[in-house]
Ligand binder design. Structure first.
Ligand code: ZN
Length: 226
């Protein structure tokens, strides 16, 4: 029992280090300004580590771990979890996600104010499961926002939140992070193409996206996307 406890403590320590590194990366890469945005990772079946509310990521140390159960009950730590905890927990309760990244990335947020879904200007749309939807606006931190987000995430690993930002999830923190970076990049691409006066960007068809989706699922045996 004691050894099991130690093993859990070690995996929580490792997961916390990786979570803090990922959160800092969102700031360093310009996806987040200040303490907006948040990151979480699931450890074992029942524990979720999340960034705390209102603490700059560069100040987070090993003792600042915030751990909750899937119902939001505090498991460890004294800092308050992110106010967006309902979104993170909704994803873990309803998908096979192991990590979630939420940002206020500028191009993605701009797109969320313009359209109900991101027009498929690039085949990496398929890497998020298909055309990326925009979840209708609701106040941050509410169950209503978490519900709108879940609906937008059906069969997808990422979505936009209207007038707010991005949410993506993955099997690992680096996969969830990479999906956010790809989503922000695609939003920037669409805004760039869309803003050329007198011209309209060409969009990919459902069939073209399905074909890429099939290739990506066989990723490893076939040529990687380039
Ligand atoms: Zn937010």
């Amino acid at each position: 029992m004691k050894e099991q406890g130690q093993a859990l403590a070690q995996s929580l320590d490792r997961a916390w280090q990786e979570l803090v590194a990922t959160a800092r990366r969102t700031v360093a890469d310009g996806l987040v300004v200040g303490t907006s945005g948040n990151v979480s990772v699931r450890v074992g079946e029942d524990i979720v580590l999340v960034t705390p509310s209102g603490v700059p990521y560069e100040r987070l140390g090993p003792r600042d771990v915030v751990a909750v159960d899937l119902d939001g009950t505090r498991h460890a730590g004294s800092l308050a979890p992110t106010s967006e905890l309902p979104m993170h927990l909704a994803i873990y309760r309803n998908t096979d996600a192991r990590a979630v990244v939420h940002t206020h990335a500028v191009h993605a947020t701009a797109v969320s104010t313009l359209v109900p879904e991101l027009p498929p200007v690039h085949y990496m749309t398929a890497a998020l499961g298909g055309i990326v939807r925009v979840a209708p606006y609701a106040t941050y931190g509410t169950e209503e926002l978490a519900e709108n987000m879940l609906t937008a995430l059906a069969d997808r690993t990422g979505c936009l939140l209207q007038n707010h930002g991005t949410v993506t999830y993955g099997n690992t923190l680096s996969q969830a992070y990479d999906r956010t970076a790809q989503l922000e990049w695609m939003c920037r691409l669409w805004l760039t193409a869309h803003s050329v006066p007198g011209l309209t960007p060409s969009l990919l068809t459902g069939e073209q996206l399905d074909e890429v989706g099939e290739r990506l699922r066989g990723y490893g045996q076939q040529a990687p996307p380039s």
